[in-house]
Structures are given as C-alpha cells and as structure tokens.
Design a protein around this ligand. Structure first.
Ligand SMILES: O=C1O[C@H](COP(=O)(O)O)[C@@H](O)[C@H](O)[C@H]1O
Length: 258
C-alpha cells in the first residue's frame, strides 16, 4: 500500500453545521477532480450520512456542482430488493441522488435481480466485476500498488459499535484482502445479508470522510474515544486511512468523550 494519512477531525456544534461543512468539502473535491480529470468518483454509505448530505441539495451547490460528471458507488449494501426500505441504494436515491442531475448510467448499484434473490455471495462477485470493468474502461484507476480500485472520495458513517461499511467488530470480513468486494450473511445489525468493500479498497480512496453524529446514547461517543484515544483496532473504523486525507466530521455529542 502507498503512503497513508493521519486521522484529522473537526467537531461541529450541531448536525446542521456538520452538514454545511460536509457539503463544502464534497463540492470542493468535486470541482477539483472534475477540473483535473473530467469526472468525480464518489462512494456513499447508507445510514445517517444521506440526511447529512442535505446541504448539497441547496444553493449554491445544487446548481453549481457538476453532477453530470459524478459516478456514484456504494461502500456497502444490504442484499434486498432495490425497493426495500433496508436498501442503501433506495435510501440514497430517495434522499439525495434523485434530486440532482447524476446520469443514470453513472449510478453503480448492486445487481437488482441478484439482490432481490438474496444471494449475497453472488452480489459481491457481480459488484466486484462491475468495478473491474470500470477499471478496464478507465473510469476507475488502480491504487499505486496496482491491486485495488481507487476512488476520489468516499463518504461514510460509522455505526455505534464502531463498524464502517459492513465491516463489523468480531467478524472476519475486516481481514479480507484478496477481494475488492466481500459479503456477510450474519451481520449483527439487521439485515444479516450484505456486501461490502474490503478494507484495502476502502483505504485506497484518495479522500475518506466519516461523519458521525451521536444520538445522545453515548454509544458513538464511546467508539470515537476508543478510536481517537486508544486506537482500539477491534473497532473496524479504527482501521480507516486514505491516500491523501482521512477526515472525521463529528458533532459535539460524538466528540463528547474526547
Ligand atoms: O448498516 C449500516 O450502518 C452504517 C452506519 O449507519 P448509521 O445509521 O449508524 O449512520 C452505514 O454507514 C452503512 O452503510 C450501513 O449499511
């Protein structure tokens, strides 16, 4: 793996302030990559993140971001129909993507039929094939070590237990390095069947940003403290790095134990 980066963090008084900063960060990178290479490859998670992207749907971003140059991927996906309330694709489509002008062909969802059939292993294989084809088409470059696809920006949340994507504590998927996309059939958080980028793919991104807002149960705050104060690698999110910048955006509650 090429050089990786130190964790940076910013703490915001409110979720609203975090959303404003998240929009600014994303729009800045969108402009930079669209100018430099004509496209912007963005990876999304599910969860609260999609709500926190709301400021991108407002002025000045809604009209100034070059949405037609975006290519959108999912860092993890639940193996269910695209219409299911559990689907990360549906969440992002309903709450974000359908409201901006990203071309349909630039939206790379989990295979519709395979997901509806509930075959997690096959869904992971097909999603990896999709990424490999995009490497061949030169939409995605490979990381400097030539082993993994490299995205421009990955935006994700973190679960209260310290999971990121569908890499959970006490599950073996965090150790997978010979695949780009793997699967889980016993996720501790429902639904049990999911696919997920593997850790080396996640960490090959140029920019990685994790947004965490605690719901005042202190669970996220405890995981954040384990990551930032103890570097507790039992928490999958503690393994996050990036090739250029690893940024954590925390609300006051999530940062309360730092
Ligand atoms: O199950 C998932 O959880 C994480 C965190 O979600 P949140 O609701 O705690 O914000 C999410 O990033 C992931 O994509 C999703 O599948």
């Amino acid at each position: 793996m090429a050089e990786t980066t130190q964790r940076k963090r910013e703490v915001f008084a409110t979720k609203n302030e975090l959303s404003v900063a998240l929009a600014k960060y994303t729009a800045h990178l969108s402009a930079k990559f669209c100018k430099e290479k004509g496209i912007f490859t963005v990876v999304l998670s599910g969860g609260g993140l999609i709500d926190w992207l709301c400021k991108l749907l407002e002025s000045p971003y809604k009209d100034s971001v070059e949405w037609s140059k975006w290519h959108v991927f999912w860092v993890d996906e639940r193996v269910c129909s695209h219409e299911d309330q559990n689907s990360n694709y549906k969440l992002a489509m309903d709450g974000f993507i359908s409201k901006v002008g990203i071309p349909k062909e630039n939206i790379y969802a989990i295979d519709k039929q395979c997901a509806a059939n509930g075959n997690a292993k096959r869904c992971a294989t097909l999603y990896e094939e999709c990424l490999r084809n995009l490497v061949k088409e030169k939409i995605l470059p490979l990381s400097p070590n030539g082993q993994y696809p490299q995205f421009d920006l990955q935006l994700q949340g973190m679960g209260p237990d310290g999971h990121m994507a569908s890499l959970f504590p006490e599950r073996p998927q965090i150790n997978v390095t010979d695949k780009w996309v793997t699967y889980i059939t016993d996720s501790p958080k429902p639904p049990p069947e999911r696919i997920t980028f593997t850790l080396p793919v996640i960490n090959s991104s140029l920019y990685n940003l994790v947004a965490v807002c605690d719901d005042n149960t202190d669970q996220c705050a405890r995981s954040i403290a384990e990551i930032f104060k103890s570097n507790n690698l039992d928490l999958p999110a503690a393994h996050l790095t990036a090739q250029v910048e690893t940024m954590w955006y925390l609300d006051k509650a999530a940062a309360s134990l730092l």
